[in-house]
Unconditional design. Structure first.
Length: 364
């Protein structure tokens, strides 16, 4: 079914197609059996994964950026995802960069985006998440507002952290988007350690404070109900463009701060190896490339980190996952979970089903 819908969606601008897709998803979620027609399916029982005190129904998550404002969590969860990551959220609503800011590269099975953390602000997302169905694992991806200087970035991360604490299951610190000026400078060891250590201390101080009596949530071992004596996991999302020396700094910061793990990777600023004509790419302008072109590098980063970050430190692999083979590549390189975004746009919801089935076979 998605093969039939994709030409319609691709005939529209990427952002308009994005909103149309979610309109259709919400409509389908209200019609019994409709999501199955586009490939949505409940994960096999054998696909479940237990990590960080959480039980993920499957190893496949939706990467941040698709549902920035937590408007579609319930509908998305019905597609077979093991977890949904919302955001990136900032303390204050911001429009993001000027349009056009999202571009398709069909020849490369890729996207270029310079969205710029467009979102409605953390408080609006909190109110929506309070109303979500129980049993859905949700991660909160947090960032800083564009107008906030890096010297005050920690305040923005703390604001988002405190607001989201009661309504998400884990956190992701995003310092790796190429679309907020100066943001990637926060990946340097000094500022990065300061941010992560402060948030980890906040998490530890909050442990044991939050209580939820939802037995439905408790059934999936959500920290909202069962991890009251344990800090909620914090992960760091990094860029694929880091050097080995910078990755070594990341390893040191993860160990020193005590956070739960790393998401590898965000989009790349590289334009090497693209099949799309150079002139067309240059006309699109600045932004991060996602999809198939980042697959190899993100897998290399996953493998490099796993060699230096032994379990139970968690690694979530993301980048160029548009098939079950690409997902298994990340898992075999050392990832514990994977996330999809651009692959979902090119392949549709059946991609999640295929990965879940492949993982269940591999796990068996």
């Amino acid at each position: 079914m998605y093969r039939l819908l994709r030409p319609l969606l691709f005939s529209r601008s990427p952002e308009r197609a994005h909103h149309l897709t979610f309109d259709l998803l919400e409509l389908a979620s209200k019609v019994p059996g409709a999501l199955g027609l586009v490939g949505g399916a409940k994960p096999p029982a054998k696909a479940a994964v237990e990590l960080m005190g959480l039980r993920f129904p499957s190893p496949v998550g939706l990467a941040a950026g698709m549902d920035k404002d937590a408007k579609h969590v319930d509908a998305l969860s019905a597609l077979g995802f093991g977890f949904i990551e919302i955001g990136t959220l900032t303390p204050v609503a911001q429009p993001g960069n000027e349009r056009p800011r999202l571009f398709r590269l069909p020849a490369d099975r890729a996207l270029i985006n310079r969205m710029g953390f467009n979102n409605g602000g953390v408080q609006a997302a909190v109110e929506r998440l309070r109303k979500r169905k129980p049993g859905i694992i949700v991660g909160g991806n947090i960032g800083k507002n564009k107008v906030t200087p890096n010297e005050q970035a920690l305040d923005d991360y703390v604001t988002c952290f405190e607001a989201l604490y009661p309504v998400v299951d884990y956190f992701v610190v995003n310092v790796s988007s190429p679309n907020t000026p100066g943001l990637r400078a926060l990946q340097d060891k000094g500022p990065l350690l300061a941010i992560l250590s402060a948030l980890q201390a906040k998490a530890q101080s909050r442990s044991g404070e939050y209580r939820v009596a939802s037995s439905a949530t408790a059934e999936v071992h959500s920290p909202l109900a069962t991890r009251n004596s344990t800090t909620k996991p914090i992960l760091l999302k990094i860029a694929p463009d880091l050097t080995d020396a910078q990755l070594d700094d990341v390893v040191a910061v993860v160990k020193e701060s005590g956070i739960a793990g790393v998401i590898a990777t965000n989009t790349t600023i590289s334009r090497e190896g693209l099949r799309t004509p150079k002139g067309e790419v240059e006309a699109m302008g600045a932004g991060g490339v996602s999809g198939a072109p980042v697959r190899q590098r993100s897998t290399e980063v996953v493998r490099y980190l796993r060699d230096r970050l032994p379990r139970p430190i968690v690694i979530i692999g993301v980048g160029g996952i548009d098939s079950s083979e690409a997902a298994m590549e990340k898992l075999e390189a050392g990832a514990d979970l994977v996330q999809v975004y651009t692959g979902l746009i090119y392949e549709g919801p059946a991609l999640v089903k295929r990965i879940n089935q492949a993982y269940a076979r591999w796990k068996a």
